[in-house]
Design a protein around this ligand. Sequence first.
Ligand SMILES: *[C@@H]1O[C@H](CO)[C@@H](O)[C@H](O)[C@H]1NC(C)=O
Ligand SMILES: *[C@@H]1O[C@H](CO)[C@@H](O)[C@H](O)[C@H]1NC(C)=O
Length: 646
Amino acid sequence: MKDSDSAQQQLSLYTEAWSQTDDHLPLHTSIVLFLLSYCELNSVRVFLVCNTAVSTEAWRRRRTKLPQAVDVCCVSVEDVPPLVKGCRLPAAVDGTGQLCRAGLAVVLRHVINKTMEDDPSKNNVLSLLGFKKTCLKACAEVSKWTRLCEIDIPFAVEEHLQNPTNPNQQLPSAITVLERRLSEPVKVHNDDKIRRQKLKEQKQDKRNEFPTALGETNPESKPGQSSESSAELELRAALARLSVAAVPRLTSRENSEIRKVKTADLPPLEHVFAEGLYFTLTDVVLLPCIYHYLYSLQAHAASVLPCLPHLLRWYSRVQQVPGVPRAAEDCGLNLSILHLPTPNHPAPSVGDEPHPDPGQEEMSEQLPFVGGPRPTMTKLKENGIEAVFTPHPCPAWTLPWDSLPEAINPTEGKMSNVRAVRKMQQLNNLVAMVTKLARPGYIVVDFCSGSGHVGIVLAHTLPHCQVVLIENKEESLVRAQRRSAQLGLKNIGFIQANLDYFTGPFHIGVALHACGIATDMVMEHCIQAQAAFVISPCCYGFIQNAVKFTFPKSKKFKETLTYKEHMILCRFADQTAVQLNPERRLTGKRCMGLVDLDRSWAAETHGYSVQVMTMEPENCSPKNNMLVGRPLQRSEGEDIASKLQA
Ligand SMILES: *[C@@H]1O[C@H](CO)[C@@H](O)[C@H](O)[C@H]1NC(C)=O
Ligand SMILES: *[C@@H]1O[C@H](CO)[C@@H](O)[C@H](O)[C@H]1NC(C)=O
């Protein structure tokens, strides 16, 4: 094995240590440690980041509640590596110190990846990633389910634990959402076989119970509602997947009757674990949270427990997963210390707000549209609002492509020639603007960096700046790191995270093809950091109201347009493809200009000067707008920042 390989493989994981006052670890840290123990991954160094020194005696006492085989130590905030310092914890950094992964879900998924790379035979660990390996992959900014598990539930439980006797925090809404989810039937990929088996067992149960249970027959019991013994079929099927034992099968001849039943008429399957039938990473995330939560309820508000029948049932089932009790004990969680009421049949769940399946959710629904953009544009024009484009300050500027190293050139991939030329033209525009804004010692962040087309060129052309690439897709970022290593770049760092998890200071933010509200997220991030920005937006049609943003954004647009009218602009802003007729493309370009004008006016209220330009040459991309913004009083940045907070 090459040295560079082994260096890359050494993982250091940073996570928050105990709060000053007690021995309680933050839930995110408990979750990370629990997973490390469950995976039996011992090749990772864990650094608990402490604000204050921990006495030898306190450390000794606390160490017994940390996984014994895991290499854990304390580190003070100042000694955390710079790249990690700029991220929310937990964060994991590879042996090169250049690639950092931040945020709970990303770090946990990487721990699983690491375990599998070390020992590909650990199928129970691989299965944590679920069907298509997507468990908790969609980031919390997009997926309500990820947000619930990664953020809302740990946060709600932390709040409850701080004040366990406060009745308002005893049944937080994040918990009731989970309870409701657990009460829903599940759809599992290819679940026919299991449902047929369930039907068979239900029939057998009926036959067995009939003579004795005649007087007790529940007139309300529907065929879909399972009796206690067949309900356990789901658990058996789930557990069978974790061991070598096969899923129960239908084999004998007398089952032909069962085989004939139409799929639609088969009994639904009950939730066993958080994502459905199988034990996944989500259950790992929930276990330390729910353990502490139930433990606290038992002590302070036992009357709340009967409201959570499905959660209690889940809690008893996770304990039956091989490896879970061991890992729990290793982490100082005594699962059996809870003497919980076992619900024999879960009551209908609390609340009735519907919520979407994981993977099928969106922040909000797309509004249906009728008509064209003309009325909206006319309305704006009547109010004196028209798209304006600042002339490009250096239309002919180009990077010296012929003399740049191979690995920088976008042609290096499998890109076609035309696409590569366009890409180089787009890069010329962004690099020209960043170069104008940059000063030695600046930190430049490439948001949505993909495989690094922009960031790597910037690191090469601005050797006196530090360049940080942020990207959520692991594969892209790993490719970027490989290209950078070929070039021997030293002034570069890579962060796999949602951009919310990047909290470090920086001077210039860049984004090429920032889709939909990604443009707005990057702008907001730059404004908070008082950084300049160079952004080329994309996919205007994906723009819609989100938790953080509502459209239109600026005062003037708000006074003129409704949300729906603004969405019409966004939708027509996407109609700039070359194959459309010139008139439509012109309208599209105007709509793009208007949407970006609204964005730039909104930024100007935060003390920015913003220009909307067209990249050169115009045909380098159908989405050829570029927003260039700079804070007007960089030197008094703190002043503005405090005004913003007020
Ligand atoms: C866990 O709790 C149970 C019940 O209180 C107790 O009997 C058992 O000894 C405990 N186990 C550990 C490892 O502390
Ligand atoms: C781990 O992640 C790397 C990089 O994305 C990927 O190439 C590899 O296939 C993953 N390994 C496993 C076992 O999932």
